[in-house]
Structure formats: C-alpha cells, structure tokens
Write a protein of this length. Structure first.
Length: 254
C-alpha cells in the first residue's frame, strides 16, 4: 500500500478511538449515518441526542471541538441550498419574520441541514482519528473491490506529486515574466495543462514499469493489518447501537 501518507484532516493522538482498527470505525460511522438518515425529521430531540453522541466521541478521541467545527465548513454549499428551499418550494405558506415561506421547504431545509451536518461531523471524526493509509486498509479488509482500493491509493499518493509538478511549472512561468491577466493568456494556461497531462501520463507509465519489475501482478499486498477482536467490535458498536435506539424511539414517540 506504500508508505504512510498523512492528510490534513488527520490529528495524531493515542486515544481509544485512534487505537480501534480502521474497518471497525468505518462500519460504526456508516451504521450511525444510516440511523440518522432513517430518523423522522419531526423528532427534533433525537438530532440533539445524536449531536451529544458525537460530542462524546470527540471528547473520548481528544479531538478539539474547534478542529471539528472548522472542518464542517465543507458543507457550506449544502447549507446555502437548504436556506433557499423555503423560498422556492411549493405548497402551503407560513409567515416567518414577515416572510412568506413554504412549509414543506422549511421541513426539507431542516432535514437536509440536521442530517447533513451530523453525517459530515461523523465523517470528520473518522478522518481525524484514522490515517488515509489505514482507511484504505480498512476498506480492503471490508472486501471493497481491490481495483477501487488501488485507484484510491494511487490517487492519494500521486495527487501531491502532480500538485508539486504544477507548482514547479508555475514558478517556471513566473521566472520568465509570465502573469495571467486576461483571456489572451488562456492559451498559455491551456498549453500548461496539456504539458502537465503528458508529464503525468509518462510518470504513470514509469511507475507502472517500476512496479511490474518489482513483482506487481495486479494486487497490492496487505501489510500491518490490525486484527479486530470482539472487544474492538463491542467498543465500536457503542455509537451505532445507541443511535439505533434513538432512531427507534424517534419513530415510536413521533
């Protein structure tokens, strides 16, 4: 799978959550999100309990709350979409602060905002406590198609390589006095993109030949695999099982 690759979402730590095998955490987060999505939107209190559950996981993982909140900014486009729903949706209207809003749009906005935020927060916690390489190993352990795992692995590894190549090309343009100021410079940028594609393709061929010369036959070896004990699964199941109970209570009491 290659050398370890640390991403910006990961926060190094030695908490019990960090120590869990990656496939246990992936299954736990997936089941938690399913429970959140299945919860009726009218059960406001249930979403508050879900938020408390994630806050408890954040405390156990020793991840600063501000770290998680900053990463939640990725859902801003979805928040903007949710804010527009009460204005554009059809159906019965209600007056809110002097504005005529769609009742179904308000429910839809709340549904998207609450469930989307909880899902993103759970994903951020997963990424914050699990290295990318460990996530890939976890997906492989869960029998995800090996080809998809390899594609994701190469994308992560060589995304930075291509990014460095782009920076070197930009420095070369600037050192020659080039500065993109308008449409008339788009041709140069297009040629740069073409050159970057050719360099990336050639680098990919060289990497493939190097892998084949070292015995690559179409599958990557699994190394440093962390076995999951029953205790690990019980610990990881605490979050989704509690969420399932909240979901069932939401359907019962709503």
């Amino acid at each position: 799978m290659g050398a370890g690759h640390v991403h910006k979402l990961y926060r190094h730590g030695r908490s019990p959550v960090h120590a869990l095998p990656p496939h246990c955490k992936i299954v736990a987060v997936f089941c938690f999100v399913l429970a959140v999505v299945a919860t009726p939107r009218e059960a406001f209190w249930a979403f508050g309990l879900y938020a408390l559950l994630l806050a408890a996981v954040t405390a156990v993982a020793r991840v600063p709350a501000l770290f998680v909140l900053r990463r939640l900014l990725i859902e801003v486009p979805f928040v903007a979409f949710a804010v527009l729903m009460p204005f554009v949706a059809e159906g019965p209207r209600v007056d809110v602060l002097g504005m005529s809003l769609s009742e179904s749009g308000l429910w839809g906005a709340w549904n998207v905002l609450a469930k989307g935020t909880l899902g993103v927060a759970a994903s951020v916690l997963l990424a914050a406590t699990t290295e990318l390489r460990a996530l890939l190993l976890g997906l492989q352990r869960l029998r995800m198609p090996p080809l998809l795992v390899q594609i994701a692995s190469f994308m992560i590894r060589y995304g930075d390589v291509i990014g460095d190549e782009m920076r070197r090309m930009r420095i070369a343009r600037v050192s020659r006095g080039f500065e993109a100021r308008g449409v008339r410079h788009w041709g140069v940028l297009a040629k740069t993109a073409g050159a970057l594609f050719i360099r990336s393709y050639e680098r990919g061929e060289r990497v493939h030949l190097a892998m084949v010369s070292r015995g690559y036959t179409g599958s990557m070896p699994v190394i440093d695999e962390v076995p999951a004990t029953p205790a690990h699964w019980r610990y990881a199941a605490a979050l989704p099982l509690t969420a399932l109970l909240v979901c069932l209570a939401g359907w019962t009491l709503t």
